[in-house]
Design a protein around this ligand. Structure first.
Ligand SMILES: Cc1cc2nc3c(=O)[nH]c(=O)nc-3n(C[C@H](O)[C@H](O)[C@H](O)COP(=O)(O)O)c2cc1C
Length: 225
């Protein structure tokens, strides 16, 4: 297969990682490659906080402590990730994703404790050795959010070129106050997401999740071909 197609198509959200470290030079390289992403007028709006070792463990511990000891309303997301009134085709896709994952890890309908446990895995970056927190300056407009998406995808595809896998994680935005306190993220920035980076643990059932995509003709209209 064409290596670019291969990198893109082998990317998926991996939710269990090996402890194998990822060196600073590799992380730096991935970010440098990813920064070739296009952005409106080359504004390059992304900010990245890259963590490994003790600072990563400390952030995870603080978030997990907050989840266990504080009421949920103490930590609220900074932005709305999902549509308020779900409708097709999105609702079916969301359900297929949730149940696809839950079935693999043995969370059954009504098993709130199991669902909570799986959600919690986000906050250790699914045990990946490297975690990124990605922010945007708050005064940027929607176009910069599009720009950020191109950058995030570049990191994930570049990671494949080094045998690494990733998981983008909006889950982190709920804990922006803890992230701000620990990493010195200013109120002028919005915490957009996290990202786990590492080597896939192929023995874990959650990593066998393969999610389908709608065919090209379902989302494209061709003119003049
Ligand atoms: C912006 C963004 C945020 C995401 N946040 C999370 C998250 O918090 N936790 C998680 O497990 N997966 C998260 N995902 C991964 C998606 O669930 C996943 O990409 C989608 O279900 C398609 O699966 P695939 O990437 O394996 O093909 C996120 C993806 C994106 C693009």
């Amino acid at each position: 297969m064409n290596p670019v197609d291969e990198a893109i198509q082998s990317r998926r959200a991996v939710r269990a990682f090996l402890p194998t470290p990822v060196p600073l030079e590799t992380v730096r390289h991935l970010l440098a490659v990813a920064s070739r992403a296009p952005s409106s007028s080359n504004t390059q709006p992304w900010n990245v906080y890259a963590l490994t070792g003790e600072p990563k463990e400390r952030l995870s511990a603080a978030i997990l402590k907050a989840r266990r000891e504080e009421p949920p309303e103490a930590h609220t997301p900074e932005y709305q990730s999902y549509m308020k009134e779900w409708r097709e085709p999105y609702i079916s896709r969301r359900r297929a994703t949730g149940w696809g994952l839950y079935n693999l890890v043995g969370v059954t309908k009504g098993d709130r404790e199991g669902a909570r446990r799986q959600m919690e895995r986000n906050y250790t970056f699914f045990d990946a050795p490297v975690g990124l927190i990605v922010t945007l300056d708050r005064d940027l407009e929607l176009g910069s959010w599009v720009d950020l998406g191109t950058f995030l995808q570049n990191i994930m595809v570049a990671a494949r070129g080094h045998g690494l896998h990733t998981c983008p994680q909006a889950a982190f935005m709920d804990y922006h106050t803890i992230i701000r306190a620990q990493l010195g993220v200013s109120e002028r920035e919005i915490v957009i997401c996290g990202m786990a980076i590492g080597y896939e643990d192929t023995s874990k059932p959650e990593n066998s999740l393969r999610l389908e995509r709608a065919p090209v003709d379902a989302f494209t209209r061709f003119f003049g071909f």
